[in-house]
Design a protein around this ligand. Structure first.
Ligand SMILES: Cc1cc2nc3c(=O)[nH]c(=O)nc-3n(C[C@H](O)[C@H](O)[C@H](O)COP(=O)(O)OP(=O)(O)OC[C@H]3O[C@@H](n4cnc5c(N)ncnc54)[C@H](O)[C@@H]3O)c2cc1C
Ligand code: FES
Ligand code: FES
Length: 1256
């Protein structure tokens, strides 16, 4: 049976049985239609890389193509980013604005953002407000930009926008919504194409019932033992993976009965399979009817469920059915509906309907019970009070720690007639706080006596379960009580609530965000220092920019997946892949014994300890790859993995599994064999003063951070003649080439790499990507066919090391004026199972004094690596300096706290007077009104018990050093004078190619439009150093300038005074002058230097929930004389926001028993989103040209340093918490806040007791 649809207007007629029964739209678009603008990363609705738009002729909406199943796409018009616009047909206004307003860096996320915006405009007929726009990007993660420029570009389309738009982007005519025609009939689609059932050879069955009778016929055909699924949005797969054993798929989208809605004065009836978006539209309109005003609250709650594309597809029934299958699921729909006493209309055959409570439905054992509708009663607002809450780790697109909904029925005498007090996220068997509901009945809800009893009872009643990686029971219990308190504060009559408590009743109010970017340019040096648009910005926004997995291969390519070991500390005895090899589509299984050469992806000759590609003996960490499955599709490879049986032997009897730093340090006896001193101070004893005014001691802890590149670890290998062509997402081609060659025992010349660009690296692709690259190369070599290896998010998070977690144990003596007279800092960093890529001896140590003044005898810092049973930790954006500077800044803050001085003054007392920081800091404090704002904050805090504010400062001195060599080649074409540059660096979003083009144009004295930067490869980029440490751009620019100077010298003899560039080049060619030149930049060519920076972060916290707002950030970064200010501003904003994620939300949890990483998906690992960034984000690039000779053209690196400054946010939080603790009557005590300081940390440290909850 064939199905028809169009993609970008092109009709497709697909025989479904030729494809897997559960193939996603994403796989079809990319692999069959070969349209690669639509990316993927998480494959679970959590990142937004895959968003595209679909239309049925009547309306249009965005979907996550990674979740949408192709078998539900019949008759749809699918629009991908290349369909919106491209270089041939012209770009779409959204693509243009995003590119021209500096909204891309690596660009991997850009098509997803463009499509999300396109869908939003289509859905709203082109009329959206700024706040609607800002609210709609919760499902799109960007790890590079920090979101600010993206939001600006998108908000500029809003009807109320006041955002300045570049002159060339003011055309909006293409935004109009055009009706699309049905591909089958050629007319505007009216729906109703006839399909009924499809049986696949392997036994899978798809059904497309059009009536309830057909639906139940299909259900009757299914054996009780068979697994089946009613396919609505298929988004539940993003929460709980769909069972591979499902044989029957029943598409419910053709059943009109499930999509109808109606309302009268008594109830609103919602079709069970209405999407959450459709539901919200109906809630909004119905909320205007008397009795249904509460629907506005419900709207606001659903607005916090998932994200726009998931809500566009995900349905009410799908959500409730998921709760039925997984009682622990903290469903927001369930909690809201249960408090509202919503009834379900369920059917077990085509004719009989039964009204049930939700609880009845959930506990009903009939698997084939179909949800038909939900009945929402009217609740007149003069009689009922309803409110609901959802508290999560970031502002949007996260499931709740705890959610709650409360409905009170209040008599005219103000007593409660009935109460529904419901909490989610507590325990699978807990929803109603029944004793509280009973207690309230007959009482006035805001009576102080009742409130006291109520919270006494509630605290005992709420006993959350302890299931990692969920937040602790202590937090969830306090949070749940806090939510009920919040409800009472909000709804109590004004006079009943003390002024100081009132703001506790309000949720945090986040206004629209905005930013300010200040920099200077030098006209005489243009295009260098000019604020130019990123070279590849336009093609990134149209999706024409290609990444490694976009390389097209012949149709016989195969796909890989790692098989992971589970018994850490045991030895692999035998691997039996025979069952896996029988699975559909499986082509091969390879393990260590299949490797012809060396089994390592980290080369000792590159300074690494060897790390096995496939574990051949002792298992070092959970999910360590022991082999790989190669199959015809990626899904088949991933599914077959679990059929590989591994036998282990010799589990070490004395082995104590310790997968993280926390496990090592919480062990009753510290295992000294795990501690490797790497940077021990030569100083024996630090010289403390004899009589310190104060001694300060403490411990400061920072966790791991996952790089979270939007482009996964990816390698495509194509056997070519007698060698391999390797397209690998690597930051270090030289190392990858070497590892592959040695593994296969072939020559380096036979392994040629090409890297167009990376979709983000941040250190994760320096060496970690080599594992995938080697594995893919092995398969290509063995099978002699193209191989694709794209690691899944789980595999990436489990197998690849993260930023080194760090623990600092410090002691210092301080004078009463804040001057530190002696400091000792022993720090310990989590190496994983080996010390490869250690920052300990490098930046962690060299930045540990920051810009403060110490002598050789009064400052002692010793760094140690700690070996844990986890993947080897890696460099991650600003490795070492994040830890080094944070450790010192934390000590300054702690000192200030102990001596009760302002932290700014303590910094001033300690700054090295020779550092420029000595003048920068006072100036910064003055211009950013530090002291007056601090006073305002203190006043605010003393007037508000449950909302607190804080202002945190950080300063940095970031050393830049140069390493290795970077080659480059420049070729000038005589045909038209255009110039191509290729180099050994890697463009990964940092704007290297744009800077290179600016420098080439400047040096050759030609327009930027003449220059193109081609892919990096291992011929012109042979032997190149890794692109990292923020030095890649400068180094390659240096090499390119040298080359252009050489070419200028060659052209000089033929240059005529008035001749144009093209004429000069033509003349040179006529004289057979070589117009190709190569050269390099090597360590020592440029002097090292320091980057200075300052940040001031202002926060507000909700003490009852732990949620925060970053109200304002001022960031001043020394950029020297910025080569390309928009690029540098982007780097600064992006690095800072990545740092904020580290300090606030990115929590990684390892299970102690088996070493498994429990936070291995977008569902449970949370980088910040668009609504978490500073509301007012002011970035200034300090114009601080350095003398010639240091660095490149007086510029400074920007890619990594600002990440360091984000630590300021936890100092602001400390201040806010201290005020809360003071109000709670706790003694003054320094709090050990670290990375991440999550809402849980905040609530558990805020010191309040539930018994304290009073209205007055
Ligand atoms: C990234 C992401 C974030 C999310 N965040 C949240 C969140 O914060 N809060 C929250 O509550 N939820 C969240 N969800 C869950 C989301 O709400 C559900 O995935 C969605 O509602 C399921 O609807 P669906 O139509 O896609 O169901 P499907 O995935 O199509 O189906 C799910 C189940 O429902 C059954 N089913 C479908 N229709 C019926 C019917 N009529 N009768 C009986 N059974 C039926 C199916 O058989 C299947 O078992 C999130 C999901 C994702 C992907
Ligand atoms: S790949 Fe679809 S949302 Fe991440
Ligand atoms: S530009 Fe958004 S992830 Fe790189």
């Amino acid at each position: 049976m064939s199905t028809t649809f169009t993609i970008n207007g092109q009709p497709y007629s697909v025989n479904l049985t030729d494809l897997p029964p559960d193939i996603t739209l994403n796989t079809f678009i990319r692999e069959h239609a070969q349209l690669t603008a639509t990316k993927f990363m998480c494959q679970e609705g959590g990142c937004g890389a895959c968003v595209c738009a679909v239309s049925d002729g009547k309306s249009s909406w965005t979907v996550n193509s990674c979740l949408k199943l192709l078998n539900t796409c019949s008759q749809l018009e699918i629009v991908t980013c290349e369909g919106l616009g491209n270089q041939n047909s012209g770009y779409h206004p959204i693509q243009k604005r995003l590119a021209k307003m500096n909204g891309t860096q690596c660009g991997y996320c850009s098509p997803g953002f463009v499509m999300n915006m396109y869908g939003l405009l289509e859905q709203h007929g082109g009329r959206v407000t700024m706040s609607e726009v800002e609210n709609s990007f919760g499902g799109n993660i960007c790890r590079c930009t920090g979101y600010r420029p993206i939001l600006d570009a998108m908000k500029s389309f809003a009807v109320d926008s006041d955002i300045e738009v570049p002159a060339e982007c003011t055309d909006i005519e293409d935004l109009s919504v055009k009706p699309r025609n049905c591909p089958r009939t050629g007319k505007i689609c009216g729906g109703g194409c006839q399909r009924s059932k499809l049986i696949y050879e392997e036994g899978y069955q798809w059904y497309w019932p059009k009536t309830l009778v057909e639906l139940f016929e299909a259900l009757e055909n299914i054996e009780d033992s068979d697994e089946f699924m009613l396919v609505a949005g298929n988004t539940a797969h993003g929460v709980y993976r769909r069972s591979p054993d499902i044989k029957h798929f029943i598409d419910v989208s053709g059943l009109e009965e499930l999509y109808q809605h109606s309302s009268d004065s008594q109830q609103l009836k919602l079709g069970a399979n209405m999407s959450l978006t459709q539901t919200m539209e109906i809630l909004q309109s119905t909320s205007k009817q008397p009795g249904f005003e509460y629907l506005e609250v419900l709207w606001n709650h659903i607005d916090l469920v998932a994200n726009v594309p998931v809500r566009n597809s995900g349905t009410l029934a799908g959500n409730i059915a998921t709760k039925k299958h997984h009682p622990e699921f903290p469903s927001d729909i369930f909690i809201s509906f249960e408090a509202l006493d919503v009834k379900v209309l369920a059917m077990e055959n085509a004719t009989d309907e039964q009204e049930m409570t939700l609880e009845e439905f959930l506990s009903d054992s009939n698997k084939k019970l179909v949800l038909k509708a939900f009945h929402l009663p009217a609740y007149p607002k003069d009689k009922f009070i309803y409110d609901s809450y959802k508290i999560m780790p970031r502002a949007q697109n996260a499931h709740a720690y705890v959610n709650a909904a409360f409905l009170l029925e209040v008599e005219s005498d103000s007593t409660v007639e009935s109460a529904r007090i419901c909490f989610g996220g507590i325990r699978p068997d807990f929803t109603h706080a029944a004793p509280i509901e009973q207690l309230m009945v007959g009482h006035k809800p805001f009576e102080s006596g009742l409130i006291e009893q109520l919270f006494n009872k509630l605290e005992n009643l709420i006993q959350p379960d302890e299931v990692l990686p969920d937040a602790s029971p202590a937090y969830r219990s306090k949070l749940a009580c806090g939510l009920l308190y919040k409800f009472l504060l909000k709804h109590a009559p004004d006079a009943e609530v003390s002024e100081k408590f009132k703001s506790g009743g309000q949720s945090l109010q986040r206004p629209l965000s905005s930013g300010m970017q200040l920099f200077q340019t030098q006209k005489q040096n243009y295009p260098v220092t000019q604020a130019v648009q990123k070279l590849e910005g336009m093609i990134q926004c149209s999706g024409e920019a290609t990444y490694m997995n976009d390389v097209l291969t012949a149709s016989n390519s195969v796909y890989c997946a790692f098989v992971g070991a589970t018994k850490v500390g045991a030895t692999i005895d035998q691997i039996d892949a025979s069952e896996a090899l029988q699975q559909p589509g499986v082509v091969a299984f390879y393990s260590a014994k299949d490797i012809p050469g060396t089994n390592t992806f980290c080369e000792p000759s590159f300074g690494y300890q060897a790390e096995e590609i496939f574990c051949s003996g002792l298992v070092l960490y959970s999910e360590q790859p022991v082999g790989m499955i190669v199959a015809l599709t990626a899904d088949q490879a991933q599914r077959a993995v679990k059929f590989v049986n591994i036998n282990y032997s010799n589990p070490r009897a004395d082995f104590q599994l310790m997968p993280s730093l926390k496990h090592v340090f919480s062990s009753p006896t510290l295992d000294a064999s795990r501690i490797v001193p790497l940077a021990v101070s030569k100083l024996k004893d630090v010289k403390f003063s004899d009589k310190p005014d104060v001694e300060v001691r403490g411990i400061f802890e920072m966790g791991l951070q996952y790089h979270f590149t939007m482009e996964p670890q990816t390698t495509v290998v194509i056997p070519f003649e007698d060698g391999l062509r390797v397209f690998s997402a690597t930051q270090w081609m030289d190392h990858t080439q070497s590892a592959i060659a040695h593994m296969l025992q072939i020559k380096a010349k036979d392994v040629q790499l090409q890297v167009r660009r990376l979709g983000g690296g941040y250190g994760s692709k320096i060496s970690r990507g080599n594992q995938v690259a080697c594995a893919a190369s092995l398969a290509a070599y063995k099978l002699n066919r193209p191989v694709r290896f794209v690691q899944t998010i789980e595999s990436m998070m489990e197998c690849n090391g993260k930023r080194w977690a760090c623990r600092s144990e410090y002691q210092c003596h301080v004078k009463s004026n804040g001057k530190i007279v002696g400091l000792s800092n022993d720090f310990y960093e989590d190496a994983g199972w080996n010390t490869n890529e250690s920052p300990v001896q490098g930046h962690s140590t060299s930045t540990a004094s920051n810009c403060y003044e110490f002598t050789e005898s009064n400052f002692k810092v010793s760094g140690h690596a700690v070996l844990t049973d986890a993947p080897s930790s890696t460099w991650c954006r600003a490795p070492g300096s994040v830890e080094g500077i944070a450790m010192m800044e934390n000590i300054i803050e702690h000192v200030a706290f102990e001596i009760q001085k302002d932290p700014a003054d303590v910094r001033l007392a300690n700054i090295n007077k020779k550092s420029k920081m000595a003048t920068l800091l006072p100036e910064f404090l003055k211009t950013r009104e530090y002291f007056s704002r601090k006073k305002e904050i203190e006043a605010y805090n003393s007037n508000n018990r449950w909302k607190k504010r804080g202002l945190g400062l950080s300063v940095m001195n970031f050393p830049i050093i140069y390493l290795g060599q970077f080659p480059a080649t420049v070729a000038i074409y005589h045909v038209d004078g255009t110039v191509v540059v290729t180099h050994g660096g890697i463009e990964m979003g940092q704007g290297m190619n744009t800077k290179v083009a600016q420098v080439a144009a400047y040096t050759l004295g030609i327009d930027l439009s003449y220059i193109k930067v081609e892919s990096s490869e291992t011929i012109n980029g042979a032997n190149s150093m890794v692109t990292g440490y923020a030095i890649g751009s400068e180094s390659v620019c240096f090499a390119v300038r040298k080359i252009c100077e050489t070419l200028n010298a060659r052209l000089k003899p033929v240059r005529k005074p008035k001749a144009s560039w093209v004429e000069t080049v033509e003349a040179a060619n006529a004289q057979l002058i070589n117009l190709i030149a190569s050269d390099q930049c090597k360590a020592g060519d440029m002097q090292t230097y320091q980057v200075l920076g300052l940040a001031l972060s202002e926060v507000e916290i909700d003490v009852l929930t732990g949620n925060i707002l970053i109200k304002r950030v001022d960031l001043l970064e020394d950029a020297g004389e910025s080569l390309s200010p928009w690029i540098d501003v982007g780097q600064v904003e992006g690095a800072f926001v990545m740092g904020l994620g580290y300090w606030l939300s990115e929590l990684l949890i390892y299970e102690g028993d088996n070493g498994r990483l429990l936070t291995n998906r977008t569902w449970n690992y949370k980088p910040l989103g668009a609504k978490d960034i500073p509301i007012d984000f002011r970035v200034e690039l300090m114009h601080n040209p350095r003398p010639n000779g240091a660095g490149f053209m007086r510029s400074k690196a920007t890619g990594e340093p600002p990440c360091v400054l984000a630590v300021s946010v936890i100092f602001a939080l400390q201040q806010a918490l201290q005020s809360a603790r003071q109000d709670a009557g706790l003694p003054r005590e320094w709090l050990r806040l670290g990375a991440p300081t999550t809402p849980e940390t905040l609530v558990l440290n805020s010191g309040h007791q539930v018994a304290e909850f009073k209205l007055k």
